[in-house]
Design a protein around this ligand. Structure first.
Ligand SMILES: O=C1O[C@H]([C@@H](O)CO)C(O)=C1O
Length: 552
């Protein structure tokens, strides 16, 4: 089945956290409309850019874009940004059921509010490996009062100005900055009639049923923890892959991740319960975002009688690791190939380039070219980008526990080329930041693939010692995985999807500061790129001088 959508992206007024601001909306909605489809469907979105002075693209996060690498929605990578007034048609297959979302992937438009949910249900006649009676989709995000343009300028200034922690957290685009739902907060109590755009979306449930909560995080920065008062959650899906079910009281969710949890409404139905999200991983004072699990027939206006769940300590990284290590693939999930062909060891460092603060991978900070890689690689155009790959690894002397001895790095196009079907291992290596003694969390997201998460470790990865600890038997498949402070994370994937794919830190300001690389594989096998995807830069020039019907 083909599902057609006509979308217009524009800036509009909104009050995501009760403070009026400018947000990016789609068809007048913030967050954008939810796409609901079935596995095997084709999604066809005619996206019109109604922003008067800037380009736009939309990335379909978690969708592998088999045979449609041009529809991945990454500006300068898979396509040219869509110009104001233009319409671009995204057309791609959603081949795997799961909880996904979509978001802007140009400049910092995700921070500006360009996101929405993308839910893929199982195809007719098939069943999920678990049962539920009802479903809620919770798209989580963080919100700054300063515009994304202002933030971009701060990050690109000398001296560097960090954007700081978000003012508010949002659940389905709704949060409260100047009031709280809970009387245990120091903020004044919110007085909502219910129709305010920042009033929480209440989850109305019947007693003794099982609900599926599809939770996705589109945050620009925040690592979140979600808990439902008095209720255990059974985790069943992560990033569109089934996991071996496990029960928890709360879940950690990093930017770019999604989970499904099952919740059974087996508690006292004569009261309501808090659902709370709070920040972990960074020392933030941003208040929790709250909403209510409302049991029938209790009135939704009856606030839960006890305070909301407390978010676990932000820097209890042992706890964070222990959650990450509870994830295993559900039986029946393909196991990874037993060995790899090629291993990249990618050191993540905060650096200086001409005094500007950047992030670099093996000392190369990603700068995107004006011609999308997909077009310039496919048509073998010279001088479209710097073809020199960053190093495959970093020097043995580098001390990841200390600030860099030489903080200077260089910019580059960040392209690693893979042979088709190569089995690639990536060791993501965390390190100390530029100044002071600390190391930050980075959720890494791979486009066009899922990867197996083979393991996490502390300190510097040591192949001799650590390789045998990797799980190649039943590792979880995901598209986003974190590196913990001063730690490493080992991933394996098969380069089996012709195209050019971003692999980057999903923290929006970090990507903006260069924290990413580009993976290219089998680009000569890409059969089709619509010319509208590459009508800019050198591919634009090429199209202007060739008969476009001959370009395939
Ligand atoms: O990229 C970042 O910069 C700041 C800090 O490291 C320097 O101000 C921060 O918290 C980041 O995540």
């Amino acid at each position: 089945k083909v599902r057609h959508y006509k979308w217009e992206v524009e800036y509009m007024y909104g009050s995501p956290d009760c403070i009026e601001n400018v947000v990016m909306g789609i068809n007048g909605q913030f967050p954008g409309p939810t796409i609901r489809a079935q596995a095997g469907d084709t999604i066809d979105v005619a996206l019109t850019n109604k922003l008067s002075t800037e380009g736009v693209v939309i990335h379909w996060h978690g969708i592998r874009q088999k045979e449609t690498p041009w529809a991945d929605g990454t500006a300068s990578i898979s396509q040219c940004a869509i110009n104001p007034g233009e319409t671009f048609r995204y057309r791609f297959k959603v081949d795997k059921p799961g909880t996904y979302f979509y978001h802007g992937h140009y400049g910092m438009q995700r921070s500006a509010g360009l996101y929405g949910s993308l839910i893929v249900e199982v195809e007719d006649g098939k069943r999920e490996p678990f049962h539920y009676d009802g479903e809620f989709d919770l798209l989580l995000s963080d919100w700054w009062h300063q515009s994304s343009h202002h933030q971009e300028v701060s990050l690109s200034s000398k001296p560097f100005r960090w954007i700081g922690e978000p003012q508010s957290l949002l659940i389905n685009g709704r949060g409260q900055f100047n009031c709280s739902l809970s009387s245990s907060s120091t903020l004044p109590k919110c007085r909502f009639r219910g129709n305010e755009p920042c009033a929480p979306q209440i989850l109305h449930v019947l007693p003794n049923k099982t609900y599926r909560l599809r939770i996705a995080s589109s945050t620009a920065l925040a690592s979140l923890n979600l808990a439902i008062q008095n209720h255990t959650m059974l985790v069943v899906e992560a990033d569109g892959n089934y996991v071996k079910p496990f029960a928890v009281q709360d879940i950690d969710i990093y930017s770019g991740e999604s989970y499904s949890v099952l919740v059974t409404t087996d508690q006292d139905p004569s009261r309501n319960y808090w659902i709370a999200i709070g920040i972990r991983g960074r020392n933030a004072t941003t208040p929790q975002a709250l909403t209510i699990l409302n049991y029938h027939p209790t009135s939704a206006s009856h606030l839960p009688p006890s305070p909301p769940p407390v978010t676990p300590l932000w820097n209890d990284f042992q706890r964070s690791q222990s959650f990450a290590q509870k994830l295993y693939a559900l039986m029946g999930t393909p196991a990874p190939p037993a060995t790899f062909h090629r291993r990249l060891v990618l050191l993540n460092t905060q650096n200086l380039i001409n005094g500007f603060t950047k992030w670099a991978i093996n000392n190369v900070s990603l700068t995107l070219p004006s011609t999308p890689y997909l077009g310039s690689i496919k048509y073998k155009l010279q001088n479209a980008f710097d073809p020199k790959s960053p190093p495959e690894s970093f020097t043995a002397e580098y001390d990841v526990m200390k600030p860099p001895v030489n903080p200077n790095s260089v910019t580059g196009s960040g392209v690693y080329m893979f042979e088709m079907n190569q089995v690639v291992d990536v060791i993501l290596q965390n390190a100390n930041v530029l100044k002071g003694r600390s190391s930050e969390i980075h959720p890494w997201h791979l486009h066009g693939h899922d990867f197996w998460v083979l393991g996490y470790g502390e300190g510097k990865f040591d192949a001799k010692r650590d390789e045998k600890k990797l799980n190649t038997k039943n590792p979880v498949m995901k598209n986003t995985a974190v590196i913990f402070p001063y730690g490493w994370t080992a991933l394996r994937f098969v380069a089996d999807n012709p195209g050019v794919w971003a692999f980057h830190c999903h923290i929006e300001p970090h990507l903006h500061m260069g924290m990413g690389v580009i993976f290219a594989e089998g680009v000569d096998q890409v059969k089709y790129i619509p010319s509208e995807a590459i009508t800019c830069g050198l591919t634009g020039k090429m199209l202007a001088t060739t008969n476009t019907t001959t370009v395939h």
